[in-house]
Design a protein around this ligand. Structure first.
Ligand code: BGC
Length: 465
């Protein structure tokens, strides 16, 4: 390859990762925008607390269904196709929500957006990790998390800008812009080479592999992918997932990572940081500005994670990140427990530092690492159902925390943060005990190490018997 060819290849590669990861922007924007929009919708439609709960949780329920429904579609029609369709559905959902004449239509729009976000959260990590060269896979697949945190930050800024105007329709409607960019951008990107091999489209798969940075290794990579499929089972089977002991173990690791990423408490911090800041004595607008500042810190920490992930790996950040988040939650617990908050003061500052500490720790570890690893650890033959189940559990965990956090707060804010500190310690132990290191290995190598090449076929043979 000449230097010019390499530059073109690199540019093409970069476009794939940026556009592929745009799905994360929709994910983040949607999560972030609802809190601000809800305050305005509540006033306009005079919503009951129950209706408010539906507006918030309808997205999450849509996400759970979308993640599960995505599995057969990603398998049958491909990752790229699924991202294209999900981007379109998301755009339609955001227009429904933005033009709604009553709360029922808003909720319908949010469910439609949720279906798309759920499918994207399942398909994007697979697409990015399957198309990235092994030595850069952490950073390239981690672009998804950079887009998620950027989407949340943009949503905060939109909320801040629209705060005095009452224009919640603009907040929902703006989501159509990244959706269009996603659809147009991904239309011009190639399909995942792993999916192409799985569907017998060898020549196309080779062309995509040759278009990546590590073109010199095309033959070896191609042979490796064929090898893991050669054992016979080329279609995803949920039966294979559950029958094979080693595949089952990998599924449990994935589900554990996905669930713990939520119940460690990140979204309580995201949803409730403004409220916590107000409790500390910040005025409404100052709380929103401080919250946007926290969002910016999160994006910066995520960029740092991209630089580190292929050097220090995934396992160590998961271990130390969990410990670090447990410390931050315990500090918040102490602050609230000692009830020294009312006037702000020293306790207030400790709380703000603990909030920032938590968000930075999450961004350097479980935030990106969870999605990166979910895209890496599952065997190709059962990647879609395994990813769908894990993604479903992640959204279910998100819903669970969202539903129960307010209830738990009634028991005592300090106690709740101590509970999250304990969950952080559980995540710490889980990462030490079961999480493998995947840095720098090809997906096929990871599969060999975790389940052995022949395992899925053994399961399929068992299933056929
Ligand atoms: C999580 C989301 C969270 C976001 C925060 C994602 O990895 O899945 O639940 O809101 O990170 O940046």
């Amino acid at each position: 390859m000449t230097t010019d060819d390499r530059a073109v290849t690199r540019r093409r590669g970069a476009a794939t990762y940026v556009f592929g990861a745009l799905g994360g922007l929709l994910f983040g924007y949607d999560l972030g925008v609802v809190a601000g929009a809800l305050l305005l919708i509540k006033k306009e439609f005079d919503l009951s607390p129950l209706a408010q709960g539906f507006v918030t949780s309808s997205l999450l329920v849509g996400c759970m269904v979308g993640a599960l429904a995505a599995s057969p579609l990603a398998d049958r029609f491909g990752r790229r196709w699924l991202v294209l369709v999900s981007g379109t559905v998301f755009g339609i959902g955001s227009l429904i929500a933005a033009s709604a004449a009553n709360v029922g239509v808003i909720i319908t729009g949010r469910v439609v957006m949720g279906l798309a976000v759920g499918a994207l959260s399942m398909a994007v990590p697979i697409y990015l990790s399957e198309i990235a060269p092994a030595r850069l896979r952490g950073a390239l697949s981690g672009m998804n998390q950079l887009m998620i945190s950027s989407g949340i930050l943009i949503a905060y800024l939109v909320n801040l800008g629209l705060d005095h105007t009452g224009q919640w329709r603009i907040a929902f409607g703006l989501a159509v812009v990244p959706a269009i960019a996603l659809v147009i951008g991904v239309y011009f990107q190639p399909e995942s080479p792993r999916w192409l091999v799985k569907h017998g489209r060898a020549a196309e798969a080779r062309a995509v592999l040759a278009g990546r940075n590590d073109a010199d290794q095309v033959d070896a990579q191609f042979a490796e992918i064929q090898q893991v499929l050669a054992a016979g089972q080329t279609r995803s089977r949920i039966g294979a997932l559950l029958r094979n002991r080693r595949v089952r173990r990998v599924l449990l690791i994935g589900v554990g990572i996905a669930f713990l990423q939520q119940v460690i408490g990140i979204n309580t911090i995201i949803y409730y940081a403004p409220t916590i800041l107000k409790t500390l004595g910040f005025a409404d607008s100052a709380a929103l500005i401080a919250n946007a500042g926290l969002g910016a810190v999160t994006v910066a920490a995520t960029v740092l994670m991209l630089f580190l992930v292929d050097k220090i790996g995934r396992r160590r950040p998961l271990i130390f990140g969990a410990l670090s988040m447990a410390v931050a939650m315990a500090a918040l617990g102490v602050v609230f427990f000692t009830a020294g908050l009312k006037g702000g003061g020293a306790a207030g500052w400790v709380a703000i530092i603990a909030l920032a500490w938590f968000k930075i720790s999450f961004s350097l570890s479980w935030g990106g690492m969870a999605w990166i690893m979910l895209g890496e650890i599952f065997p190709l033959s059962v990647r879609e159902p395994a990813m769908a189940v894990s993604t479903f559990v992640n959204w279910a965990g998100n819903l669970l925390v969202g539903l129960f956090f307010p209830v738990l707060l009634a028991i005592g804010t300090g106690q709740v943060f101590f509970l999250f500190a304990i969950i952080g310690l559980v995540a710490f132990g889980f990462a030490i005990a079961v999480v493998p290191e995947t840095k720098g290995k090809s997906l096929e190598r990871i599969e060999q190490e975790l389940v052995g090449v022949e395992s899925p076929s053994v399961a399929s043979a068992e299933a056929a018997r």
